[in-house]
Write a protein that binds this ligand. Structure first.
Ligand code: NAP
Ligand code: MG
Length: 523
């Protein structure tokens, strides 16, 4: 395994050892389900009067863990702990911060199989997707550490201004803001909590993290790695509870100096507006939804296109912000591409996602399950379902939220579901007369996260020149619109998909967690 680097693009051919180690970890994890977990505030376990259960979408009768229903008071306590830790942590030399964050990353590596097994059970990810999510977390943290190191802590000597009779020394220094809030979504609970938390911390901020209600367990395990790395007490805090009570209290607290929210457009825009009510402007990094298109030209390779589209449409049951939910195919290739996409979709194995042979697990919760049934009903009336469209309720599917992967065509282009993120295993295909029409439709949404293209080399450059999205792929069978990895494809969105214009796991990311200070001294 030493030569194998797990990424979302390499995960299709893992070495055998990955499977044996995952199986062993799953067995251990399955043997200790249902424990109660506290919040972690100021380095202490913290309990509340009310609790909630995290259950598995594979079998909703299975209780994975019992968690604290955090209150507004808990939110304020966690923020106060982070505030108190800020002077010590922000003044800790950057070399020491890098060392401790690398230690946290190493602890995550050590626990990767255990946390991946938990991710598979709690989110319903297949084992390779689960391993990818957890492996990406230390990769993101290390990327931020490497950037701080490469830039020697972001202290830069500037030019000397031409003073007569005096000598000036000018420095530009990037410094942390203070207390940073990280609110994460259910679909990548490890990477999208750990990545921003790692960046905020290595930059010198202290952090309060709040996971989605569907995924407190994975994030608790991750929080343990941050705490065990030996950061000062209160530098990193973990609270659990609903977005509407705990999340709202965190966002409204004036002691938050900056935040990273990853989640849906509607919730994110609400938080953005709420956060703007403060006394002055504070940074808000928002990573929001997607409605990601793939375009296939008449020169495109049908096999690559079909493979890439199916992988991106149905990986993690279509619940990736980067999922391929719209496909535009030039008329000359349309019949071929559709036939092959349908054929590959029908071969996908649905079942218990912890099983090695399974590609599609359940969708995350009752609300997603209901949405699937409503959307497929609506799409049946508006167009033609070529494959899928039904929920699965028999046998091993009886207690979970299993939905067939669904390919739809003939839906009028004015239909609202061409523009709304469904976040489910449903993909819509449309025939276009030419590439300009495809690009016009592809860009005609509020989102701009990822996009994919299959065609000639010259056309690929045209695609990059015209697509309005943050992460874009040409002729990639591993995934038409999915599969970014830190250091290779830094990840972030344009337009309604993201606020910062700088991608995570890239050159310009960790700097967003710091503000610039100029230091001029006259001798
Ligand atoms: P979500 O419903 O928007 O929730 C995201 C987080 O916000 C959860 O922790 C949620 O807590 C919390 N929250 C909800 N209301 C809140 C409020 N009023 N104040 C503070 N926090 C609040 O998203 P999701 O369903 O978990 O995740 C799916 C969405 O995330 C999709 O739209 C997807 O495209 C997007 N996403 C984007 C990226 C990206 O990088 N751009 C990556 C992954 C996912 P509760 O769970 O307790 O409600
Ligand atoms: Mg759950």
């Amino acid at each position: 395994m030493s030569t194998f680097e797990l990424t979302y693009a390499t995960m299709f051919n893992p070495p055998e050892e990955l499977h044996t180690r995952f199986d062993a970890a799953l067995k251990l994890v399955n043997g200790s389900l249902g424990k109660e977990y506290g919040m972690l505030i100021n380095g202490e376990e913290c309990f509340s009067d009310h609790k909630f259960k995290s259950t598995s979408p594979i079998n909703t009768k299975q209780v994975l863990g019992v968690f604290q229903t955090g209150t507004a008071q808990n939110a304020n306590d966690a923020i106060a702990a982070a505030r108190a830790a800020f002077p010590v942590w922000s003044r800790t030399p950057w070399q020491e911060r890098v060392r401790l964050l690398r230690k946290a990353a190493a602890l995550m590596d050590e626990r990767i199989f255990e946390i991946a097994a938990a991710t598979s059970l709690e989110v319903g990810k297949n084992r390779m997707e689960a391993l990818g999510d957890v492996a990406e977390t230390p990769a993101l943290i290390r990327y931020s550490c490497d950037e701080v190191e490469r830039n020697q802590g972001f202290k830069v000597k500037m030019g000397q201004d031409p003073l007569v009779g005096y000598t000036a020394t000018n420095y530009s220094v990037l410094k942390p803001y203070g207390v940073w809030l990280v609110i994460s979504p259910f679909n990548f609970p490890a990477a999208l909590t750990g990545g921003p938390t790692g960046a905020a911390l290595v930059a010198g901020n202290t952090v309060v993290m709040k996971p989605a209600t569907d995924t407190p367990w994975v994030v608790r395990l991750l929080a343990e790695c941050f705490v065990a790395a030996g950061l000062p007490k209160g530098a990193v805090n973990f609270v659990t509870g609903s977005g509407s009570v705990l999340g709202k209290a965190l966002v409204e607290n004036p002691e938050i100096d900056g935040l990273t929210f990853t989640g849906s457009y509607d919730v994110g825009m609400g938080i953005y507006r709420q956060f703007a009510e403060g006394r002055y402007v504070r940074p808000a990094i928002l990573e929001l939804g997607g409605k990601n298109p793939a375009i296939v030209s008449k020169h495109g390779d049908v096999e690559r296109a079909a493979l890439g589209i199916v992988r991106s449409a149905f990986g993690l049951q279509g619940q990736k912000c980067s999922a391929c939910s719209r496909v535009f195919v030039e008329a000359e290739r349309y019949e071929q591409v559709v036939a092959r996409v349908v054929e590959l979709t029908q071969k996908l194995n649905i079942g218990n996602p912890t099983d090695r042979s399974v590609y599609l697990g359940p969708v995350v919760n009752a609300s997603a399950y209901r949405d699937y049934q409503n959307f497929t009903k609506e799409l049946k009336e508006a167009g033609t379902i070529l494959t899928g469209g039904e929920i699965l309720t028999e046998g091993e599917f009886a207690e979970g939220y299993f939905c067939q992967p669904t390919i739809v065509t003939d839906v009028p282009i004015e239909h609202r579901l061409w523009k709304q993120e469904m976040f489910l295993p449903i993909t819509m295909i449309h025939k276009v007369a030419n590439l300009d029409e495809a690009m016009q439709l592809a860009n005609d949404v509020d989102y701009g996260l990822t996009s994919g293209f299959y065609g000639s080399k010259e056309e690929a450059q045209w695609f990059f020149d015209n697509t309005q999205a943050g992460v874009n792929y040409a002729n990639r069978p591993q995934g038409a619109t999915t599969g970014a990895w830190p250091g290779y494809q830094p990840f972030g969105g344009w337009k309604g998909s993201g606020s910062s214009g700088k991608n995570a796991g890239g050159h310009y990311y960790v700097q967003m967690y710091m503000h610039e200070q100029i230091q001029t001294t006259i001798d």
